[in-house]
Design a protein around this ligand. Structure first.
Ligand SMILES: *Cc1c(COP(=O)(O)O)cnc(C)c1O
Length: 362
């Protein structure tokens, strides 16, 4: 059993992906070839945002977004401590300070009720993460942000394809960022990412920052980065896009199998009723995590902990001032992600659940 089965997807889409790659090799426009704009067009339509700007990774998407907002040294960005490190890293790379706000017990996402107290004169943006595929409570976060005139960037690296109150993750706030890292819900075969916004000026700034801040060839009006997504990677995502809705539906079926077997026996981070998850991960919270992990390992079943140490406790980040984040610390001690993906057989999910329940003594 695979933790995330990328080979099964490739076997199914083999011909389309091969053809897509071959077309790029034939036309030879490896940088900013026609597939880049094609993908941006389709992804913008998918989320409902006016603009999509593809970039070289999810990390670069966050960095370029913060640069487009003008985040500078000494500024502060409010974010969650319970995420992949890239979320806070992008802030620190610009000389700004991450201000960590604790997460909700039920979702693991930034707690909107705690945000206002941490907003100060240097706050420039709020950066929530839609962890494991479930959108953060974006309307509540947007409402706090609006009262203080702040932009919100959704880190949707794990939640592309998820819905929230009838809208799509990535298009739930001023800016949404996603990643096409191979194991994300919509992945390429290398690094890639995208930024979504409906603000024309921000989109233009992002497009310029992506190519070294140039507004015309060799005219550099901003500080930028080398942040383009390769034509080949865009072609691969395009080839996978046709199967994506069906894959999302299948992820939800697999989650429903787990949900049914775990109900009343083991805690899970199930999506709230007003949203659904893209299920980048299916995560349980067993009391005795180590025992469950070793039972799974003995049974030949892969599992993973996302993430064992919250960012505010990481050696390189611990010196940043932060309020207490007891919920993030508690979740970090208990979360365990199980095999998940559109190509996981229901029978395999049942086998995983049986091992988890037996080891947890539930
Ligand atoms: C994967 C991930 C990123 C970074 O994406 P890359 O494409 O790997 O740079 C950022 N934030 C979160 C929450 C992620 O899961």
């Amino acid at each position: 059993m695979e933790f995330i089965d990328l080979k099964a997807q490739y076997q199914l889409l083999r011909e389309d992906i091969g053809d897509a790659i071959q077309r790029v090799l034939d036309h030879g426009q490896y940088i900013m070839g026609p597939e880049v704009a094609q993908l941006e067009h389709k992804l913008a339509a998918f989320t409902g945002a006016r603009h999509c700007v593809t970039v070289s990774s999810g990390t670069e998407a966050l960095l370029i977004s913060l640069m487009a907002l003008g985040v500078e040294p000494g500024d502060e960005v409010i974010t969650t401590p319970f995420s992949f490190i890239a979320t806070a890293e992008a802030i620190v790379l610009l000389g700004a300070r991450p201000v960590f706000v604790d997460v909700e017990r039920a979702s693991g996402n930034l707690d909107p009720a705690l945000v206002a107290a941490r907003i100060g004169p240097r706050t420039r943006a709020i950066l929530p993460v839609s962890l494991y595929g479930q959108p953060a409570d974006m309307d509540a976060i947007n409402a706090v942000a609006l009262r203080h005139g702040l932009p919100v960037i959704e880190d949707a690296a794990q939640s592309f394809g998820a819905g929230y109150r009838g809208r799509r993750s990535g298009n739930l706030s001023a800016i949404g960022c996603t990643s096409f890292f191979p194991s994300k819900p919509l992945g390429c075969y290398g690094d890639g990412g995208a930024i979504f916004t409906s603000d024309d000026e921000l989109a233009q700034a992002m497009r310029e920052i992506r190519v070294h801040g140039q507004s015309q060839r060799y005219r550099h009006t901003r500080i930028g980065v080398g942040g383009r997504m390769d034509t080949l990677q865009c072609a691969i995502v395009l080839a996978k896009l046709g199967a994506f809705e069906q894959e999302l539906a299948r992820r939800r079926q697999v989650a429903a199998v787990y949900d049914r077997l775990f109900a009343g026996r083991i805690e899970t981070l199930a999506p709230a009723p007003d949203r659904d998850s893209a299920y980048a991960q299916y995560t349980v919270l067993p009391q005795r995590r180590a025992a469950v992990q070793s039972a799974l390992q003995l049974a030949g079943i892969p599992s993973a902990v996302h993430y064992p140490l919250p960012i505010h406790q990481q050696p390189a980040y611990a010196h940043f001032d932060h309020a207490a984040c007891p919920v993030a610390e508690l979740l970090a001690r208990h979360v365990l992600s199980l095999p998940m993906g559109p190509y996981l057989a229901s029978a395999d999910a049942e086998r995983v659940a049986a091992v988890v329940l037996a080891a947890a003594g539930a």
